[in-house]
Design a protein around this ligand. Structure first.
Ligand code: XMP
Length: 513
């Protein structure tokens, strides 16, 4: 997408690189994360107004530590180095960092020493977050110290002639109380950016670009009912109207009334033509007798592709396939860590094969998740869709442990809907990142009235997490759990016992399979 201005963030492997981008975008500055050694052509594009060097786990002294393309130092654009990024600046301009004896980790206070444009409006003291081993001990010309920490360490440096700055602390994390303002000072005062990146401007730009790319041709979009694919479809529908064909494959493994909800929602959107294929028989047939989790995933992935290909072939004259790829997926594949281990092999459903011979169109590929939600809100989508918890591609198949049948999925759907109702009612739905019910392949004895029952056991799961790589169980109040358990055992015939999963990830995972 052609942006009027951007800040380029070179990723040296910090855990918080994405946060730098988030903070800048929150302030209205469009920015992109690029690999640390990106070539000159991709770095010095006409819209690039400044460059930020992220932190990173390496030490500049290490033999293989990541270094940027030397063209970075040509003085063409303003530079802000954060932590490791500041050490690169120090090393280049003759004020090398030295290994610290013990490093500095956690909160610190710093004193801002001069009236630099970078410190505009920040006063003379700031609470910051430090996380470093190495530090710059002696600052020599052409660099100057412009802030020091309360324990006497160099906290920030500036070049005397060029717009080059370095900060030892992390302005992007929330503990650095005015870090967002500092980043805004860099983008606005140093780089001269206007900062007019908003979701309104994104929708306008995306609409124009989609129209220019698609012309009078047709686009096929798979709509699962999740946030990303729904926003993609609605955005495309607004841009190209009837040239968009949306396709929902009902796998039989979705949430309760998922298909009806999508139908209802998209019916409200002018222009959107939704085709629904009920492929549930095919999915259950292919899954019959299968209990191994990986095999289930493979079968579902394959069946999805079969169905999608068959249906795509029925729609005449389609040239594009729309997908709801988001920015974190794009960054993962360019990051300093390489295609990272965080991309799971099991995220396979929706990965459609090249044999479709359709050109991909991914209008959300520059957005973070909450930007996608903001776009969805602008387009009039309800919070019930936008604030939904994530749902795995293979759906209930990985939550019905053991063999997956239509009956067991129905049973689970009913229990899950009750748990969701109780979470929403108590206000806990939005306070947990993901919650769901799992149906176990074991039975337990119970008693109802004068009768002994021998029925299924289900487990409630709710997790708190930042990125799903690690997670902890949500401390739901006992009365919320009690109400959900009581209702499930009473209202869902076939389940007579409810447990709550209190394991964290690791050693467990979020899903049970
Ligand atoms: P785990 O179980 O790996 O889950 O701790 C982390 C997050 O990923 C989701 N998940 C999946 N999503 N296809 C998906 O699209 C899958 O096969 C899959 N398995 C897990 C899970 O729901 C959680 O949000």
């Amino acid at each position: 997408m052609k942006h009027a201005e951007r800040i380029a963030i070179l990723d040296f492997g910090s855990q918080t690189t994405q946060l730098i981008a988030r903070r800048l975008r929150d302030k209205g500055f469009y920015c992109e994360i690029l690999p640390f050694n990106v070539n000159e052509e991709l770095l010095f594009t006409p819209e690039t107004k400044g460059i930020i060097l992220s932190g990173g786990p390496a030490s500049v002294h290490e033999k293989d530590s990541p270094h940027p393309n030397p063209a970075l130092w040509s003085g063409r654009l303003p530079i802000l180095g954060i932590c490791y990024g500041m050490h690169l600046i120090g090393q280049h301009f003759g004020s090398p960092a030295v290994p610290g004896k013990q490093g500095e980790f956690g909160r610190a206070a710093i004193l801002l020493q001069s009236d630099e444009a970078m410190w505009n409006g920040l006063g003379d003291r700031m609470d910051v977050w430090m996380s470093h081993g190495d530090h710059i001990e002696h600052v020599t010309e052409p660099l100057n110290q412009i802030a020091g920490s309360d324990v006497g360490l160099v906290a920030a440096i500036a070049h005397s002639e060029q717009p080059v700055f370095g900060v030892q602390f992390h302005p992007e994390v929330s503990h650095t109380t005015r870090g967002g303002e500092l980043l805004r000072n860099f983008a606005a005062n140093v780089c001269g950016c206007r900062g007019d990146w908003t979701m309104e401007s994104f929708v306008e730009l995306a609409t124009r670009e989609i129209r220019a790319t698609v012309g009078n041709r047709k686009v096929l979009c798979a709509v699962s009912g999740g946030v990303d694919s729904t926003v993609t479809a609605v955005l495309l529908g607004r841009a190209i109207g009837e040239q968009l064909i949306s396709l929902h494959v009902d796998t039989g493994l979705g949430r309760k009334e998922e298909r009806q909800e999508i139908e209802k929602l998209l019916a409200k959107q002018e222009h959107i033509r939704l085709q629904v294929v009920d492929a549930s028989d095919e999915f259950f047939r292919n899954l019959s007798g299968v209990t191994d989790p990986e095999q289930k995933r493979k079968i579902i992935g394959r069946t999805f592709i079969d169905v999608f290909q068959r249906e795509a072939a029925r729609v005449e004259g389609v040239q594009f396939l729309a997908q709801g790829t988001l920015y974190p997926d794009v960054i993962e594949s360019v990051s300093v860590r390489g295609p990272s281990a965080t991309i799971k092999s099991h995220h396979n459903v929706g990965g459609l094969p090249d044999t479709l011979r359709l050109t991909l169109i991914e209008p959300l590929r520059e957005l973070f998740k909450d930007e996608v939600r903001a776009v969805g809100r602008l387009l009039g989508l309800p919070d019930a869709i936008l604030m939904r918890h994530p749902f795995p591609g293979p759906g209930l198949a990985v939550r019905v442990l053991g063999e997956v049948t239509r009956e067991r999925c129905d049973l689970l759907r009913r229990a899950d809907a009750i748990f969701m109702e109780e979470l929403v009612r108590s206000g806990w739905y939005s306070r947990t990142r993901q919650a769901f019910v799992v149906l176990l392949p074991v039975k337990a004895v119970g008693v109802m009235g004068d009768h002994r029952t021998y029925e299924n056991v289900c487990v409630l799961r709710a997790v708190d997490t930042d990125d799903f790589m690690t997670a902890d169980f949500t401390r739901l109040p006992y009365d919320v759990l009690a109400r959900a358990a009581n209702r499930i055992a009473n209202e869902v015939r076939g389940i007579n016992r409810v447990a709550y999963d209190i394991t964290s990830k690791p050693p467990a995972t979020v899903e049970w399979e």
